[in-house]
Ligand binder design. Structure first.
Ligand SMILES: [Fe+2]
Ligand SMILES: [Fe+2]
Length: 141
């Protein structure tokens, strides 16, 4: 797979020190890379729909997990964080719907979206949540 499109897990850049959240992020990155790989190798639309569908499903359950931690531990910024999750699910759904249309999303568009997700969301929103949890000395179960 062409390296410029691949999302690499770099522990000191993306690791948040919350093992369950970190594991889920690694899995999300694997699924995102599978989507990119599929586009690069020209997989047929039904295979792409399956790969994006898997990513969407996993993202949904990961976001629910984070949101349950936010509620349980009274994370003050949870509304904004959850709104960001919803926006991302809408974008993934849009990507999935776009696979049926004559003008499929370009590799550049999908790569930019997936990189933004990792670079911006994990490194800002999720990092804030993880440090809040750490300061409360609470660990995800
Ligand atoms: Fe999040
Ligand atoms: Fe996350």
């Amino acid at each position: 797979m062409a390296n410029e499109y691949k999302i690499a897990w770099v522990q000191n850049r993306l690791g948040l020190g919350q093992p369950l959240i970190d594991e889920q992020h690694q899995r999300l990155i694997e699924l995102a890379n599978a989507v990119l790989e599929g586009m690069l190798t020209g997989k047929p639309p039904q295979d792409m729909a399956q790969a994006v569908g898997r990513l969407l499903q996993y993202a949904r359950s990961h976001f629910e997990f984070e949101e349950s931690l936010m509620s349980r531990y009274g994370f003050p910024d949870r509304k904004r964080h959850a709104a960001d999750h919803r926006r991302q699910l809408d974008q993934l759904q849009g990507m999935l719907d776009g696979l049926d249309q004559s003008s499929p999303a370009t590799l550049e568009y999908v790569a930019a979206f997936l990189h933004d997700w990792v670079e911006l969301h994990i490194r800002s929103e999720d990092r804030e949540l993880a440090s809040y949890l750490k300061n409360r000395d609470q660990k995800p179960e």
